[in-house]
Design a protein around this ligand. Structure first.
Ligand code: FDA
Length: 585
């Protein structure tokens, strides 16, 4: 049959989720094919905040440096500015993305990687190229139309958009990474909670050298609050840095019933000049588009042999910058499991853990991003933008906050508090990095209670080796090189981490690797003579186990199980645990 292509995993979509899954599967030696609707990748910069966990995935793929090379570094993301225009009065700032001196250490201590800003137009090609180079078969201009599946396989109908003809792809598994309007999620009837299209926003991409207005207060987002400006209902919009400081994106709310009508370049330019506050600055609008704000998540991520990821299962506004990050992390969770099942190292039931682990994260992210929208009106209200009869009234209210009166002080106090609340959009380190998998068949509890959070769990990351949590990062030394504890793990294999007196675990790992036909690396961490040197004794403090205990770390850096100390029946115990995780019982 000439119109039938066979592969092991068919990936629909080449956004952050699809390209990451393709790159990982190819790295793990799994035959896969990626089909995507258009002739190239993202053509607008959309996602940009690239958090530490995503950079850890890039590091695992060997792509961290490539990503760093195209990024704007953390220090350029330092502020979030609220102002009348870039040349006008500034109302306040908040230090963002871990740049507050009191937060910098939190970020530095938590990961070997830095948060950074990478427009989607720069990140996707890195992942795409790695996938294609490492073996992914790619078909562009190829649109998923329908699927049918049985116990053995999935057959997808794909339409070649260049000639209109359809062809079939038969795969063992299909990944729906086809974005917020996922046809795949619809085809398998994933149950969804929430609503799409709550409101609409316009995107204007433009070029202008704004260095003289922004370089002294570097930020990825400049909020413009300007009474009388005909944008965002109350004169509110955002200028977002795409490339410092000459390429930009402007975003403002538009009426939902106008969301099918795009604004013209001339209309966009007029608004931009007011937002910048400089009528003469050279400026070129390159594109305009409208997108809708969603509040929806899937209650389950898979049906049979079809698994959805990314915006297909979590659809939310860009606040907190979590969309692409979570999509990439979904792919990191599923890819090693698919590889293990396809290599017959694990039972198919391992794949059930994808939904039980990632769905609660998707729900959390959708909820967080939507709650961050609700934190803006108090800022507008404190400034007097809401409720004023007209632009002149609003302008007078903005000025009233500077009055040397009790009322003026009350306004100032409210504004400062409302801006501080935005820590829940710009500094949610706990949400970005603190994902713990609970109630999963691919995690074996150690009998201890989940450690309580000692600080706000959204704002602060709480490292722990409690099974289900991500392996804590500490710096170690190996072969004369500085390495992270995370560098010892990942790359598609299980790792047993132990220390002085942990030889029993090393022997057990060797026996079990043979028995299960999987790669398990067993490493000791401790003084010189160990596989990695705990040079600062940070591991001694962070591991939460005795030196002769062990951590079993999954290929995605999450702790699968831990033993607090040596066990006489180490091999039997490790075997029992792996049997459960790999669904081999
Ligand atoms: P995505 O939508 O990116 O990709 C879907 C892919 O599927 C595309 O390749 C598409 O062509 C393809 N496709 C669709 N239907 C198909 C079909 N039937 N057949 C074949 N192919 C099909 N996120 C973040 O982490 N940090 C941030 O700072 C921001 N900022 C941001 C700003 C703005 C303005 C927006 C609008 C969005 C963000 N995001 C973000 C969100 C981010 O852009 C979004 O979450 C990711 O693109 C989702 O990645 P996916 O791969 O899931 O879908």
């Amino acid at each position: 049959m000439s119109d039938l292509i066979e592969t092991d995993v068919l990936i629909v979509g080449s956004g952050p989720a699809g390209t990451t899954a393709a790159a990982l599967l190819s790295t793990h030696g799994i035959r896969n094919m990626m089909v995507t609707r258009f002739g190239w990748l993202a053509d607008t910069p959309r996602a940009h905040i690239t958090n530490q966990r995503t950079m850890e995935v890039m590091r695992d793929l060997g792509l961290e440096q490539a990503a760093i090379d195209v990024s704007s570094k953390q220090n350029l993301m330092a502020n979030n500015v609220f102002c009348h225009s870039l040349t006008g009065e500034e109302f306040g700032r908040i230090l963002a993305w871990g740049n507050h001196p009191a937060r910098k250490a939190d970020y530095e201590l938590a990961s070997p990687c830095s948060i950074c800003d990478i427009p989607q137009t720069y990140l996707e090609p890195i992942l795409f190229q790695a996938a294609a180079k490492r073996g992914t078969a790619v078909r562009m201009n190829a649109e998923f139309v329908a699927l049918e599946q049985d116990a053995e396989q999935v057959t997808a109908t794909i339409r070649d958009r260049l000639n209109g003809k359809t062809f079939k792809v038969r795969a063992k598994y299909l990944l729906g990474a086809d974005g917020a309007r996922s046809t795949v999620a619809e085809a398998i009837g994933l149950p969804m909670a929430g609503r799409l299209g709550l409101s609409a926003s316009t995107n204007v991409i433009f070029k202008a050298d704004l260095s003289k207005y922004v370089a002294h207060r570097p930020s990825v987002l400049y909020w413009i609050l300007q009474p009388g400006l005909d944008i965002g209902g109350i004169g509110a919009g955002v200028l977002r840095m795409v490339r410092p400081w000459h390429e930009w994106q402007a975003i403002w709310g538009v009426d939902l019933d106008k969301c099918e009508t795009n604004i013209t370049h001339a209309e966009a330019e007029a608004a931009l000049r007011k937002m910048i506050g400089d009528e003469d600055i050279p400026l070129t609008v390159t594109s305009t588009a409208v997108w809708t704000v969603n509040n929806m998540y899937a209650e389950q991520y898979s049906v049979g042999r079809v698994f959805c990821m990314g915006d297909a299962v979590h659809r939310h506004p860009p606040l907190n910058g979590l969309g692409s990050n979570t999509s990439i992390q979904d792919a990191f969770n599923l890819s090693w499991k698919l590889a293990a099942v396809l290599k017959e190292q694990a039972g198919a039931a391992l794949l059930d853990s994808y939904s039980s682990e990632r769905q609660p994260i998707g729900k959390q992210v959708v909820t967080r991003a939507n709650r961050s929208i609700e934190d803006y009106p108090p800022i507008f209200e404190a400034l007097g933008l809401i409720g004023a009869a007209d632009a002149a009234g609003a302008t007078a209210q903005i000025a009233a906050r500077k009055a040397p009166t009790a009322e003026g002080k009350e306004r100032r106090t409210k504004l400062y508090a409302a801006i501080q609340q935005k820590n829940y959009e710009f500094n949610t380190h706990g949400v970005e990095l603190g994902q713990r998998y609970r109630a999963s068949s691919a995690i074996v509890p150690d009998g201890t209670e989940e450690p309580a959070y000692t600080r706000d769990p959204e704002l602060y990351f709480h490292p722990t080796t409690w099974p289900g949590a991500r392996l804590p990062h500490v710096w170690l030394e190996r072969d004369g090189q500085r390495v992270s504890s995370l560098d010892l793990c990942g790359k598609g294999r299980f790792v047993v981490l132990t220390g002085i007196g942990g030889d029993g675990w090393k022997a057990a790992a060797a026996v079990m690797a043979k028995r299960f036909g999987i790669e398990i690396e067993a490493l000791t961490i401790g003084p010189s003579g160990c596989d990695a040197m705990d040079i600062y004794a940070d591991w001694f403090r962070a591991s939460e186990i005795e030196e002769d205990g062990c951590l079993l770390v999954r290929p995605d850096h999450h702790i699968a199980w831990r033993a607090f100390s040596a066990m006489p029946d180490a091999a039997a115990k490790l075997g029992e645990v792996l049997e459960k995780i790999l669904a081999r019982d």
